[in-house]
Design a protein around this ligand. Sequence first.
Ligand SMILES: Cc1cc2nc3c(=O)[nH]c(=O)nc-3n(C[C@H](O)[C@H](O)[C@H](O)COP(=O)(O)OP(=O)(O)OC[C@H]3O[C@@H](n4cnc5c(N)ncnc54)[C@H](O)[C@@H]3O)c2cc1C
Length: 385
Amino acid sequence: MDFALNDELLAMKEEARKFTEKEIVPNADKWDEEHHFPLDVIKKMGELGFYGTPIPEEYGGTDVGFLAQMLLCEEVSRGSSSIRVAFNTQCLGTALSILRHGTQEQKQKWIEPIINGDKIGCFAISEPNAASDVMSMKTHAERSGDGWILNGSKIWISFASRADVGIVYAYTDKSKGSKGLSAFVVDMHSEGITASDLDKLGTRSSPTSEISFEDVKLPEDAILGGEGAGAKVVFGSLNQTRLCCAAGGVGLAQACLDTAVQYSNEREQFGRPVGKFQMNQALIAEMAADIEAARMLLYRAAWQKDQGQLGNVLETSYAKYAASNAATKAAEYTMRILGSYGYSTEYPAARFYRDAILYHIVEGTTNVQKMIISNDLLGYRKANR
Ligand SMILES: Cc1cc2nc3c(=O)[nH]c(=O)nc-3n(C[C@H](O)[C@H](O)[C@H](O)COP(=O)(O)OP(=O)(O)OC[C@H]3O[C@@H](n4cnc5c(N)ncnc54)[C@H](O)[C@@H]3O)c2cc1C
C-alpha cells in the first residue's frame, strides 16, 4: 500500500492551489454576494487542462486520471465550492459519459470543446417531481422522421442557463420501464429550450436553473449509447459526479479548518489566543480527523477508478457520505470558533456554512448514500457493478 502522491500529481495539486489562490480566493465572496458566474475562470480552468484528466489524449484530454481530477477539484473547492461544480459539468457528468457511451462521431464532436471550456456543459436528470427517485422522471422523447421530439421539464440543473450542450435524460418508451429510458446529447441552443435561474441559499456563483423542453427537435444521432441505455448512462455518470462532490466537500472542509486555525491563533480573549482554550482545540482536532478520513476515502475511490473500477459505487458512497459530514461539521465548528465574525460577511465562514449543506443534497442525498451502503451490507442490493 502506497499513500504517497507521485511527483506529477503533487505538481498538479500545487498548480491548482496557486491558481485558486490567485484567481478564485480574492474574488469568491464578491462573486457569491453578486451571484456572479465567472465564466472566464471556468474557461481558463479548461485551457489549463483541469477538466480533461480522465480523458484520453486522442480526445483532447491528458489521460492522467481520476485521482488527478479529484486533487484539482479539492483545491478549487478550497477557494469556492461553487466553482468546483465545473468539474462535473465539463467532464464527469458530460464529456466522460460521451467517452464511455458515445459513437466515434459524438466523441469527436463534443468531448474536446467541453473539456477545454469552449462549450459549457450541463447534465439534466432532476425534475420537479423526480429527484432521488430518478426513474420516475416524466421527460420524454418520441421518434419523429429521422430524429426525436423532446418534451418535459428539469429542475436544479447546474450551469443550464449558460450551457451550450447538455446530457438530457428522457423516456423513449415508458412501457419498457428502466429499459425505456434514454440519454441524449442536446444542443442547448435548440429551439424550444428555455432555462431560467433559481435563487438559492448558497453555491451562488454556480447558476442553477429550471429548463423547459417544448417540442425540441433532436437529430437521430443525439441519442447516447443507443435507445434504452439511459439508466446505464445515468447511474454510471452519477457514480463519477458523486466523487466530485466528495472532493468538493473535502476541499470546503479544509478551507473551514484553515480559517478556524488562523483565527484561533489571532483572536485573543482572556489575554490568550482563543486556540489555547481546550474546547476550541477539541473542535479543531475533530474537524481535522474527519477531513483526513474523508480525504482517504476520496483518494481510495479515485484510485480504484484509475485501476478501471468505474463501478465502485460502494466506495464512492463511503467517500461522499464522509465528505458531506466533514464539510457540514467543519462549517459549523468554524462558525462557532469565529463567533460573531463568522456570522458576519467579513470572513468567508458564512459562505462556507451556506455552501456546505449542499453536499448532503446533490448527486444522491446523504440518505441515498446510506441506502446504497446499508443495502449492500445487508445483502439486499449489491452496490458495485
Ligand atoms: C445547487 C444544486 C445543484 C444541482 N445540480 C444538479 C444538476 O446539475 N443536475 C441534476 O440533474 N440535478 C441537480 N441537482 C438536483 C439534486 O441532485 C437533487 O436535488 C437531489 O437529487 C435531491 O433531490 P430533492 O432535493 O428533490 O430531494 P427528494 O428526492 O425529494 O428527497 C427529499 C428528502 O427525502 C429523502 N429521501 C428520498 N427518498 C428516500 C428514500 N427512499 N429513503 C430515505 N430517504 C429518502 C431525501 O434524502 C431527502 O432528504 C442540483 C441541486 C442543487 C440544490
